[in-house]
Design a protein around this ligand. Structure first.
Ligand code: ADA
Length: 556
């Protein structure tokens, strides 16, 4: 399953068989295929816990005609071949991509995927970092039959007007034909009454090209999406060639409006106070390939602690997790991939291309999730240099071009200069008083806010995007004096949360972090267990004492 709802009723779309043959492509490992489960990470396989390199995944499939293969995520470089012919390559673990095999003869064919998580000069975003870049086909794979033309995207933007709700629909169709042809698209939002029954929209598709149509539906009897009543609507599009339906695409969305008013973030006109966590996609035994039931548990634990939001630090998340957030009313800060890149990293010749590609793919693929209330990018990069600030501005600009219905922000490091406070919609700061350095949390917030106000961020909402402290699960110090004890973590978190939530200028807090996560050994030897241990649950979701501290304060 790649989504929590059917995305097609007409198109033949199935998940690839879960067991694949996988062969490590490395001179010092036996080139013997082993059976592995997809989705999954190879680090879960005994003997491959630290493998950094390439593996070849293979499976046979039956097919004929035009076939499409959709990969929700391969970590972190991918090469896709059918019957030995390369069809697609992709960089970046956290966004989906497809490969089309045109006009296959009827019969059994071979699908091969080369996944590669080795560091390299071509990689600007995946570098040794304070989280682990796992290897493998880590998210679901779909195998689909498509015709001569098919629907590639369906985006809904909802707008609240004095007369009621509007749904602005953008739908994209792609031709695989060598000649121009005429088609028609019909659209239907299930569960609403529209003031006009939508008629088929004519679409002329030039040979091998794609066309995007725009259409606005005036909707009556709408139940808006809110965190306490997360009402969702399916929208169905059909593509026909005059006589018959040839493809369909189903998406799901919610009617809701995000607006900024001076220093506040409003959801459907009501002021938001955000209380949530930063969450890495990482789970002890499964790495970044988290089973659905474990995702549900994560959300239930966070909601039990009184959270209304989660930040997908530091990359786009599995759409299944976002679907769950839509259904469970959890607000999401979704972020494009980049963490802690200094100016040298940002000067990498591929950096901007890879950063903007990931940003584009994130917005295109996750546009319809009503739970996503803000886009983030470039966590703690070099916002203090002219060149770095320019990279921020270009990324912000792209986010604005791609989506005018949501604000954007970036989690900036407290101790940096901050040339870009005036450029984002919301100003967000990561700070670690009482953990990395001593001090008074309120005073540090006041100081930072004075600097932000004096540098263009004064009339904007302000979020504490990271704050927290570490503890090793099971390590106790009843005297509450030593770092890494569960008791000390509670003391620090209590002071941090109280200071932030009582500060009149703060729209919210994202604690660092929900669960302990594995880090790369190359640069983070200083982290005990080679884990970032600032979770309030450990990597197996066993609660530390801080779980109750957060719950008491968030639920107060
Ligand atoms: C940062 C960073 C996180 C993590 C955290 C920490 O601010 O954004 O990825 O590294 O600090 O634990 O120090």
């Amino acid at each position: 399953m790649n989504r929590l709802f059917d995305t097609h009723h007409f198109r033949q779309s199935r998940q690839a068989a879960p067991v694949w043959n996988m062969t490590p492509l490395c001179a010092d490992r036996p080139a013997q295929p082993v059976k592995v489960c997809v989705p999954g990470t190879w680090e879960s396989i005994p003997g491959m816990g630290n493998y950094r390199g390439k593996c070849l995944y293979e499976q046979k499939f039956d097919g004929c005609g035009n076939m499409r293969f959709y990969f929700e995520g391969v970590s972190f470089r991918a090469r896709v071949l059918v019957d030995g012919k390369e069809l697609a390559t992709h960089y970046g673990a956290y966004t989906g991509f497809d490969a089309i095999a045109p006009e296959l003869e009827s019969g059994t064919h071979l699908l091969q995927v080369e996944a590669d998580n080795s560091w390299g000069d071509d990689s600007a975003l995946h570098i040794p970092n304070d989280y682990y870049s796992y290897g493998g086909i880590t998210r679901p794979v779909l195998i689909e039959n498509i015709g001569d033309a098919y629907l590639t995207a369906l985006h809904i933007t909802t707008e609240k007007t004095a007369e009621g709700w509007l749904a602005h629909v953008e739908i994209t169709a792609q031709s695989l034909l060598d000649t121009d042809a005429n088609y028609a698209i019909t659209l239907k939002i299930e569960g609403i009454t529209a003031n006009k029954i939508p008629q088929p929209l004519p679409v002329f598709l030039p040979a091998r090209q794609q066309i995007t149509l725009r259409h606005t539906i005036h909707c009556c009897d709408v139940t808006p999406w809110t965190p306490s009543a997360p009402h969702l609507y399916p929208v169905k599009a059909h593509l026909s060639n005059g006589s018959a339906v040839i493809d369909d695409l189903i998406e799901r969305f919610g009617f809701r409006e995000i607006r900024l008013q001076e220093q506040h973030i409003l959801l459907n006109g009501e002021k938001l106070t955000l209380k949530g966590f930063n969450r890495h996609e990482d789970w002890g035994a499964f790495g970044c390939s988290i089973p659905l039931a474990a995702m549900v548990q994560d959300l239930k634990l966070m909601q039990d602690m009184g959270c209304n939001c989660v930040r997908t630090c530091h990359y786009p998340n599995d759409p299944l997790f976002l679907d769950l957030c839509d259904e469970m009313g959890m607000l999401v800060w979704e972020e494009s991939h980049a963490r802690g890149l200094n100016e040298k990293h940002m000067l990498h010749p591929r950096f901007m291309e890879q950063n903007l590609l990931c940003t584009r793919e994130m917005v295109a693929q996750h546009y319809n999730h009503p739970s996503i209330f803000i886009w983030g990018c470039l966590n703690e990069c070099a916002d203090d240099t002219e060149y770095g600030a320019d990279c921020y501005r270009k990324t912000y600009q792209l986010l604005h071009e791609l989506d005018q219905s949501r604000p954007m922000t970036a989690a900036l490091l407290e101790r940096k200069g901050g040339k870009v406070y005036g450029d984002s919609d919301v100003v967000s700061i990561n700070l670690y008083p009482l953990w990395y350095y001593e001090g008074n949390v309120k005073q540090q917030l006041d100081q930072k806010l004075a600097e932000i106000d004096a540098n263009g961020g004064g009339n904007k909402p302000f979020i504490v995007s990271e704050i927290g402290a570490g503890a090793i699960y099971g390590n106790h110090d009843p005297l509450n004096e030593s770092k890494w004890s569960e008791e000390k973590q509670c003391t620090i978190l209590k002071a941090q949360i109280e200071a932030v939530l009582s500060h009149p200028r703060c729209s919210g807090i994202f604690l660092w972090q929900f669960a302990d996560c594995r880090v790369c050994e190359e640069t983070f030897y200083g982290r005990p267990r080679t884990y970032n241990n600032k979770g309030v649950v450990n990597e197996y979701r066993q609660p530390k004492l801080a779980y109750k501290t957060v719950k008491d304060l968030f639920r107060k």
